[in-house]
Design a protein around this ligand. Sequence first.
Ligand SMILES: [Zn+2]
Length: 142
Amino acid sequence: MARCSYCKKQSSGQKTAIRVVDKGSRHTRELPYCSEGCKQSIHKFIDSHNLWVPRFRTILMIWTLAFFGAILMQVVSANPIFKGTITPVVLAFIGIILIIYPAGTMDLKYYERIGIKWFSLYIRLTGLIIIFTAGSIMRQPM
Ligand SMILES: [Zn+2]
């Protein structure tokens, strides 16, 4: 018996066709859903997913450069502003992105496995934890 791709409840086998961007090209997939609400949520998620997956790769690249740049500058200059301010700000930025756009961070298969609803929640919680971590780095005495 198929389970709803959104909430993982039992579905009566209805499926909705979606077009998903994967590795640069669009594929048609059929996802099972349990209710009209979940069907709409799936389509909303896929729209956001298709929009954000390519952007997220760029954001992640810039973020990685900024993060390691800040660590490197800290080592080179020993200026506490990098450890105390810039590194946590860069860290918090990725946390905020995860909370606002949880649809764009991973391949669809991960969302499907756990349920789009639950996996998005999990990504948002990860974003929150990252922000709290950044906050605690910032509060450390220099
Ligand atoms: Zn559902």
